[in-house]
Each structure stands twice: as C-alpha cells, then as structure tokens.
Design a protein around this ligand. Structure first.
Ligand SMILES: Cc1cc2nc3c(=O)[nH]c(=O)nc-3n(C[C@H](O)[C@H](O)[C@H](O)COP(=O)(O)OP(=O)(O)OC[C@H]3O[C@@H](n4cnc5c(N)ncnc54)[C@H](O)[C@@H]3O)c2cc1C
Length: 402
C-alpha cells in the first residue's frame, strides 16, 4: 500500500511538496487554514480588476518553476526588460543592452550613473551567470555592489529602488548570493505574470493533486511525526507529516526557534480611463524622501487585469510604515503630474506585514524537527523559486526513507 503523508499549508511550498510526493507514489492530504490555496500568492477579482495581493512577479527562468509549471497554460505575460527610473525631475530609461539593443543608447546617455557603472552592469551579468549558488563569502547586497565598483549614485538611483522592491527592504541588507541568483534570473528571462493573475501559479499546482486532497478552512492545531490535529478536533494519522507554513507558525507548532522577522510592503491599486501612458516597463522612484518605490501598469502587461476601457496601476511602498492615500498620491503627482494622477481612482490597498521572511536559511537540504519535515521559503530563499525548492527538497528526502 502507498505511504500516506499529511502536509500542513497549501502555499507554494506545501503544494510543490505534495505534487512531488504524489509523483513519487505517495498518497497526500494537504490542509490549510484559509479558504483558498496559494498562501501569500493570491489574486482577488474586484470590480472586474485582478488584484494580486501585493505586487509580485514570476521569473520564467526559475529552475523549479520550469519543473513544476506548465507555462503554456499559465499564458505568461511579460514586462519589458529594464526600467524607467525617476531621477532629477524626469523618467530615465535603463534598458538591458543585450536584450534591448535599441534602448542602449538612451541607457548610455541617462544620468543615473557613469559610463563605468553601465559597463560594470555587463560585467555583473557575466559574474552572476557564472556564480555557483553559494558564494564563499556572502555579504550584504549593498556591500557587494560597492566592492564591485559601482558608484554611490548608481547604487542609489538604480539598484536601491529596483532591488528594494524585490527584497522588500530599503537597505539592500539581503545576502549577495541571493542577489546574484536573482540578477542572473532577471538577465535570463523577463519578469512576468500569468495572464489571469499570480494565483494561477498555486491553482495550477493544486490541480495536479486531483482527488480533492486539499482540505481548506482546516486549521491545524497540533502536529507530530505521525499525526495532524485539525480545528482542535479530529486527529488524522499519517506515515509522515510535513509542516509547510511560516517560521512563526513553525515555532508555535514544533517548538523550533526560527527567526520570525518579516519584510513588509503595501500595494495600492488605482484604476484610470486615461490612456496617456501604459508602458510595460517598471517605473522606479529614486527620490530620497519617497514613499512610493515602484509603479507598474498591470493592464499593459496583461489586458485581463482590467475590464475594457480601463487601466490598472499597482503602486508599491516598501517597509511596514502605514502611508495615507493622500501621501501616496502626492508622491505619484511628483512623478506623473497632478493632471494625470487626478484621473486615477483608488480601488484597494493591501498591507502585507508578513511578506518575506527577513532571515531565510538558504538551506540546501530538507529540515526536520521531532520527525516532522519542515519546508517554506524561510528555509531556502524568500521567493517563489525558494518555496518550490523547499517543498521539492522535503519530498526527495522523504522518498529516500520509504
Ligand atoms: C507582497 C509579496 C511580494 C512578493 N514578490 C515576489 C516576487 O516578485 N517574486 C518571487 O519569486 N517571490 C515573491 N514573493 C515571495 C513568494 O510569494 C513566497 O516566497 C512564497 O509564496 C511563500 O510560499 P510558502 O509556501 O513558503 O509560504 P506561504 O505562502 O505563507 O504558505 C503557508 C501556508 O500555510 C498555511 N497555514 C499556516 N498556519 C496554518 C495552520 N495552523 N493550519 C493550516 N494551515 C496553515 C497558510 O494559510 C498558508 O497558506 C512575494 C511575496 C509577497 C507576500
């Protein structure tokens, strides 16, 4: 008879683990306290707009994504490579010279950094491509960029807004090895979203499980090596148990001592009928006193994000600060002008205090406590790739035991 596994958590790590276990011949049940699969990857349909819970992008070059997802069915829609950076009163183009040669001239002449900085970008691209996952000495991304020779100005006009928006922290304190990994992935594929929103990622994974093996609205209150207690009531028995939650929940259920600091973000959605700009590039704000870090026209990337006749803008701030809508709008006016911003109508705001684990372990092997397997992005890296690979690692380790 097939061995039975209970997985707690239907975020990307738990779902990936369950899918991989099923491929390896296990019978799997997945439990989640929420009414939806996907954990931190959610998309809400609101007034006909698709609102991702926080601005998120998928990188098609993620190794584990290539393994788990069917890209054709996701109908990935990509942003244009590079970005437009607001500096000194105007947006300046920063293109990827290898993928967008036409934009290279404007990149060379922009005021974001020196010629040396732009040449160093090419060197960094090569360095990231040859980087072999674990650097001998991982330092902070900021330190790495300084040591690499980039000017202070270029770090603050380009790297800070771009990577703060990814790490969801303003100081670029995140590990340089994760930075190099991501830089390489950005160089190898365009940031994308599934046509119908980020949630399509988790839905596609859940659909691979079949047989209604995902139990929603099921809060797990106790776990052991062989049991899962649900909603303080029934206790289910399994050959193995996996906890695929966040570090705080893992500590609560298993008595572990993972660090529980999270990077936070807020995403404000606006709709407009204005057609003055709908560009597929990411708009970055390099102003010193800014609240808004970046803006994206989601409907330009995938038309399905907005009903006909409308555009959808996603506006992101980094950090736990609670900015008022007026403060955000006044920041946007500095970037796009009062006339344009007057046409933007606020739709909804997502405040995400537990967005990314601030102290991930970058572990390359599956973790375990008291016989219970542990996965989640906090065990690997704070990303979709990290979540998928943590689930995969656990499934692989477990199949060695059976
Ligand atoms: C705003 C934001 C932006 C991001 N941007 C990007 C990006 O651009 N690119 C990228 O690659 N990654 C990005 N990420 C990171 C990525 O989304 C996460 O790394 C990944 O989704 C984490 O998956 P997970 O399974 O580890 O955790 P989670 O998604 O948190 O899943 C944990 C699950 O466990 C469930 N659970 C917890 N406790 C219990 C319990 N007691 N009983 C039952 N169920 C329980 C929860 O309900 C949840 O569904 C972003 C994340 C956020 C929030």
């Amino acid at each position: 008879m097939n061995k039975k596994v209970g997985v707690v958590g239907a975020g990307l790590s738990g779902l990936a683990c369950a899918v991989e276990l099923k491929k390896r011949g296990f019978e799997v049940d997945v439990y989640d306290q929420s009414s939806e699969v996907g954990g931190r990857v959610q998309t809400e349909t609101y007034e006909g707009f698709l609102l991702d819970h926080g601005f998120q992008v998928y990188l098609p070059s993620y190794e584990m994504g290539k393994y788990f997802f069917n890209y054709k069915d996701l109908e990935l829609k990509s942003f244009s490579a590079g970005a437009k950076v607001f500096y000194d009163g105007a947006f300046q183009s920063m293109s990827d010279p290898l993928r967008e040669p036409a934009g290279f001239i404007s990149t060379l002449s922009n005021q974001l950094g020196s010629l040396k900085d732009k040449i160093l970008i090419l060197k960094l691209k090569l360095r990231a491509a040859s980087f072999n996952k674990v650097e001998t000495k991982a330092v902070s991304t900021l330190e790495y960029l300084k040591d690499f020779g980039f000017s202070k100005k270029f770090i603050s006009t380009f790297f800070k807004p771009f990577f703060s928006g990814i790490f969801l922290e303003k100081e670029l304190a995140t590990s340089s090895s994760f930075f190099l990994y991501l830089f390489d992935k950005f160089a190898k594929s365009e940031a994308s979203v599934p046509k119908n929103g980020m949630k399509a990622l988790s839905e596609q994974l859940a659909s691979q499980l079949g047989n209604n093996r995902v139990f929603l609205n099921s809060k797990v209150t106790e776990v052991s090596q062989n049991t899962i207690k649900i909603n303080e009531g029934s206790q289910e028995k399994y050959d193995h148990v996996v906890l695929a939650a966040t570090p705080d929940i893992t500590n609560k259920l298993l008595g572990t001592e993972f660090k529980t600091f999270f990077n936070a973000t807020q995403t404000y959605y606006f709709k407009t009928e204005s057609k003055d700009f709908s560009d597929k590039k990411l708009f970055l704000n390099s102003n010193d006193e800014k609240k808004v870090n970046h803006i994206a026209c989601m409907s330009a990337v995938s038309k399905a994000y907005a009903p006909n006749g409308w555009e959808l803008f996603s506006v992101t701030t980094v950090g736990p600060e609670d900015h008022s809508l007026d403060a955000v709008k006044s920041d946007l006016e500095k970037l796009f002008g009062k006339k344009e911003i007057n046409t933007w109508q606020h739709l909804k705001t997502y405040k995400i205090h537990k967005a990314l684990p601030g102290n991930p372990l970058y572990s390359k092997t599956a973790l375990k406590k008291d016989g219970v397997f542990i996965c989640g992005d906090f065990t690997t890296s704070p990303s979709i790739q990290g979540a998928l690979s943590s689930g995969y690692q656990v499934a692989k380790e477990m199949s060695k035991l059976s």
